[in-house]
Design a protein around this ligand. Structure first.
Ligand SMILES: Cc1ncc(COP(=O)(O)O)c(C=O)c1O
Length: 366
């Protein structure tokens, strides 16, 4: 019998959030709600939906391969980034598109980490970092969070001559915390030349803290940094799978060699382009998130439930009990959240009605 590579067989498979339709089938009920995968509950921009409809109505193009270079989307991103980043110019050749930023995490690992190499990351953080490193035969050096936040000083200490990549989730999934500018700058000073810092900013549009680092400045200074962002979160396009990375041209030239040539499809590119131009949708989504955070904090306070204040669209709840049984109780009430540790739960901020449903189910389950 064929055997997988030994380091592949050791990978623990990713467990996605339970789909609403699956739960509804299991329970024989309708109107279940999913607050498990940090999607935008507002949905996508109507401009993105209109662009998709127009593209499909002009169905002739569906028989063509997509533009593998993503020319128009990269151009639009280049203009937007160059006008928003305090002077850092980002050229089209300094942008890479991915089938979700998830794919770019994987490509980065496969480009820079080989068997026996190390990558430093926090724990708990986004599980895809360690999966990508392990699938390249590398070793994930996981550094425990301090106060629910990346311990950048310990992470810098963990760098060895074998280290090729450092992954930082800012905000961190699952805790929703950020590392601030001063810590990040101090960390970057300690990273030796020849190590790629992958800074995953999937939720950066949600951040309110003015001390959030301006990583584009580091990019402009010519550092070995890969900034990853996505259309899956505030832009509400998770199902279409499209994200982007920003890095020096030389870094992306190498990553592009192993990128599948048509990795982002035409519909995703069209929708992302339209969504990028809809600032009102982003602003509204942010307002909904802020209002949802305030409501949930208030309710948690009243329940005497501990939570970690978030800079993203989800909240981390360290419990005094087993998270799986609470998760199961909530499931039976048609509310899907995410157990992210033995005693830790993560809930996505939903629409007002969804947040109320979650709180009611929580009160009945605690
Ligand atoms: C921290 C973080 N990075 C990256 C991703 C991947 O997003 P996508 O592949 O949809 O762009 C997620 C998704 O949940 C995430 O939480």
């Amino acid at each position: 019998m064929i055997k997988p590579l030994e380091y592949v067989s050791r990978i623990k498979p990713y467990v996605p959030g339970k789909p609403v339709k699956e739960l509804e089938r299991e329970l024989g009920i309708t109107e279940c709600i999913k607050l498990a995968s940090n999607e935008n509950p507002v949905g996508p921009s109507s401009k993105a939906v209109a662009a998709l409809k127009a593209y499909i109505e002009n169905g002739g193009e569906l028989c063509r391969y997509p533009d593998g270079s993503g020319y128009y989307l990269k151009n639009a991103l280049s203009q937007k980034l160059s006008s928003s980043s305090g002077g850092a110019k980002v050229g089209g050749e300094e942008i890479i598109l991915g089938n979700g930023s998830n794919e770019l995490l994987d490509i980065a690992a496969r480009t820079f980490v080989g068997p026996g190499d190390e990558a430093v990351m926090a724990s708990p953080s986004f599980v895809v970092y360690s999966m990508g490193v392990q699938s390249s035969g590398g070793v994930a050096r996981e550094i425990a969070l301090r106060d629910y936040t990346h311990d950048l000083s310990e992470m810098a200490d963990a760098i060895t001559p074998k280290t090729k990549v450092v992954f930082i989730s800012n905000p961190n999934n699952p805790t929703g915390t950020i590392n601030k500018k001063s810590e990040f700058d101090a960390f970057m000073k300690r990273v030796p030349d020849g190590i790629l810092v992958v800074i995953d900013e999937a939720y950066f549009e949600y951040v309110r803290d003015p001390e959030y680092p301006d990583t584009l400045k580091c990019f402009a200074e010519g550092r070995d940094i890969l900034i990853l962002r996505t259309f899956s979160k505030i832009y509400g396009l998770a199902s279409l799978r499209i994200g982007y990375g920003i890095a020096r041209r030389e870094i992306l030239e190498e990553m592009n060699k192993i990128r599948e040539p048509f990795n982002t499809n035409s519909l995703a590119q069209e929708a992302a382009l339209a969504a990028l131009g809809d600032e009102a949708h982003v602003r509204y989504s942010l307002e909904v998130n802020e209002e949802g955070k305030r409501f949930l904090y208030r309710e948690f306070d009243e329940l005497g439930l501990k939570y970690v204040p978030t800079e993203a669209n989800f909240i981390y709840i360290p419990l005094d009990r087993d998270s799986k049984s609470l998760y199961d109780k909530l499931l039976r009430k048609g509310v899907i959240v995410r157990p992210v540790g033995p005693k830790e739960l993560r809930v996505t901020v939903g629409l007002p009605e969804e947040n109320r449903r979650f709180i009611e189910a929580l009160k009945a389950s605690l």
